[in-house]
Design a protein around this ligand. Structure first.
Ligand code: PA5
Length: 462
């Protein structure tokens, strides 16, 4: 199982000013944590609670459908193109980057076992879109458009561009190159898919975008590129069982949620850095940043009182960011808690040859890159601790579907528990909706005229 090491947040290690007396904190919060875990598990099947993501590990039907569809289209496409943004893209990117062979899209078809390349278009940069469309043959591409609401301007614009091109290039056959993942019954994409006859998958009710990676939102792209979805889902399920434990001493999601909450509210550490020591886990940080930020950054608590809470998540990558951010983390304001992610066993071992004798670099020869990245991770951890900077470490035995399923699901539960500790609604995103609405207004969507006038007046005043 995934391991959490929280030794370096203890006051006995980093001192009373910055550290926590966790033994007594765990005891003080034991009942509240127990109530939170029982409450989340008892509400998860009820409508409007937005907790259906806790059931995704048990959704055998979806697993079956995505595998069946992937088998059906096998060998038909050279590329998968995922259109989506935010929660509709980040989980897919995180897991594909972690589990596919590095530089997957650069490998030959033979090296990929004839499985398709995969591209995520998660932005609306004109140069990027034009560049991508110049680079791939759309007629040999399966386009998976993903949007729960079916109206997000970025995703629907991408889709309109790609659909138009496909139709021009393929005539009526273009429909075979589109699969839509969206709400079961509502939204424009659902309507269009029905009218046009696209194959569709469902974003389940009461599952928000940032908690949707283990629904068809993530599982379909994973199956299409040959990832073992059963292994991923097994990891989710086993972690879910482990996290049903209501004893804080046995529940790592509860422990890490409480540690982060106390660090923010008692010790002023309101910046939360996620730093994996593995390039394959780089996008796990992007996914985590969205999960933590959108879930916990809230203006009001559940009683409607203005609280403006939320720790700010930051992504970092070891060892790369030792040469950019660590100076600040060691010596700058002591306002952060760092979460390291470590990998017990890398898939590859790369030796550093003994080709230079110079004293300053000769010592590297004969070691492995694995030794080096692990030494750097240890060094950063010890240095931060010396500077009395709190840090925790999550360790995966290796990088696999099973361990990734565990890691991402654990972070989802950690976020849900943290939200309860802050007393806020973890599952809404009024700040995101407001930005979406302003965009609709500025782009001339009917019904948003008043808002458009008010925004234009504000812009003119600036
Ligand atoms: O987590 C969320 O709810 C958001 O980030 C959404 O995923 C994002 O805004 C995209 O929304 P949609 O899937 O409706 O296009």
């Amino acid at each position: 199982m995934l391991q959490l090491d929280y030794r370096n947040v203890l006051n006995s290690v980093i001192g009373d000013e910055h550290g926590l007396e966790l033994h007594s904190e765990f005891a003080a919060y034991a009942d509240q944590i127990k109530r939170i875990i029982i409450d989340l598990n008892s509400r998860k099947d009820k409508p409007e609670q937005w907790l259906q993501w806790m059931n995704l590990g048990y959704n055998e039907e979806t697993v079956w459908y995505v595998k069946e569809y992937a088998a059906m289209v096998k060998n038909r496409f050279e590329n998968i193109l995922v259109l989506g943004i935010g929660g509709s893209a980040l989980g897919g990117m995180a897991i594909c980057e972690a589990l596919l062979k590095p530089y997957w899209n650069m490998l030959s078809a033979e090296q990929r076992n004839n499985l398709p390349r995969i591209f995520f278009l998660d932005n609306i940069d004109p140069d990027q879109i034009a560049g991508l469309l110049d680079s791939i043959d759309l007629t040999k591409t399966l386009v998976n458009v993903i949007t729960k609401s079916g109206s997000t301007a970025e995703t629907m614009s991408q889709f309109m561009i790609v659909k138009d091109r496909l139709e021009k290039e393929m005539g009526d056959n273009y429909r075979q190159n589109i699969v839509a993942t969206t709400d079961r019954s509502t939204g424009f994409l659902r309507q269009i898919a029905g009218e046009e006859g696209y194959k569709t998958f469902v974003v389940p009710d009461d599952v928000g975008g940032r908690f949707s990676v283990f629904s068809a939102v993530g599982l379909l792209p994973f199956a299409l590129v040959g990832l073992d979805v059963d292994d991923i889902v097994q990891g989710v399920k086993d972690m879910d069982l482990a996290l049903k434990n209501t004893d804080i001493n046995e529940n790592i999601a509860a422990q890490n949620a409480l540690i982060h909450y106390l660090m923010d509210t008692k010790k002023g550490k309101n910046l939360s850095v996620m730093m994996p020591y593995s390039s394959r886990l780089k996008y796990v940080s992007d996914w985590y940043v969205q999960l933590w930020a959108e879930s916990l950054g809230k203006e009001f608590n559940k009683n409607g009182e203005r609280v403006n809470v939320g720790p700010t998540p930051i992504k970092a990558l070891g060892a790369t960011d030792q040469h950019s951010q660590i100076q600040l983390y060691n010596e700058g304001p002591n306002d952060k808690i760092v979460t390291f992610i470590r990998v017990g066993q890398f898939d590859s071992t790369v030796e550093i040859p003994r080709i230079f004798e110079y004293t300053g670099i000769g010592y590297l020869g004969g070691k492995t890159i694995n030794d080096l990245i692990n030494a750097e991770a240890d060094a950063t951890k010890v240095a931060l601790t010396d500077y009395q900077r709190p840090n925790v470490t999550l360790t995966l035995s290796n990088i696999s579907g099973y361990t990734l399923g565990q890691l991402l699901y654990m972070l989802e539960v950690q976020t849900a528990i943290a939200g309860e500790l802050y007393g806020i609604n973890t599952f809404n995103q009024p700040g995101v909706e407001q930005a979406k609405n302003y965009t609709y207004a500025l782009m001339g969507r009917a019904g948003y005229e008043e808002s458009a006038n008010s925004i234009k007046a504000k812009m003119a005043a600036v």
